[in-house]
Write a protein that binds this ligand. Sequence first.
Ligand SMILES: [Zn+2]
Length: 283
Amino acid sequence: MTLAPPSPAGTAMDALAALVADGDVVVLSGAGLSTDSGIPDYRGVTGSLRRHTPMTYQTFTRDPRGRHRYWARSFVGWRQIREAQPNDGHRAVAALQAAALLGGVITQNVDGLHQAGGASDVVELHGGLDRTVCLGCGDVADRAGLDDRLRAVNPDFGPRVEEINPDGDAELPDELLDGFVMVDCLACGGGPLKPDVVFFGETVPRDRVDGCFARVEGAGSLLVLGSSLTVMSGYRFVLHAAKLGIPVAIVNVGPTRGDAKADVRVDAPLGEVLPALAARLCG
Ligand SMILES: [Zn+2]
């Protein structure tokens, strides 16, 4: 009697479970973790779900009209962000953390869903859409409060149902966007206000990057979830781990830039892999 060889996917899952069971896992998550929650890639790193040209820091800071249109689209898109719920992948990460298997969570996502799913001590590498920062005075404020103020001065602004695409993105003509009314910073009366996220062309604050490097250096392994690692802001942690001999595992549908550096590679949906992993390790 001969035993059937294990399936390749099974082997990769076993290797992943063994690595995570060793503990001190630092998670680096990307947009792929939130797609099951209906979140398009708002920051536009991958661009695949994004219809409009991604906003750059340069355009946002130098082009008042471009900035105005950004806020008009954001006003509409915020409803989708606000209503998004964490998915099984987020909850599985929180379960692994509760089982004391994680050494930290670094996310490239700006949707706050790790925290909503029960994770704590999450480093938001690219900031969070739930806050705004005033480029004039530096005041950081709550996005929900801004939304209340925007609703008050834009009671009738918004797309009709037929103008919303299946992915929730509002296809608003520029003339309509110009009718949007933006508000000023409550702290200084000026502005401009910017979402507290890192745009294209903007660097991640140095202390935040250094904090992430320190976490990676203390990690038993680095687990990449749902990122193609296209941008260097995340990929550099994979390079750093690999250089230090810290094992790297990547769970993502489709190839990633870090595949050559990965010790374990699982090419399967996070919504299947992570709950199975948590069930196996958190009992
Ligand atoms: Zn201000």
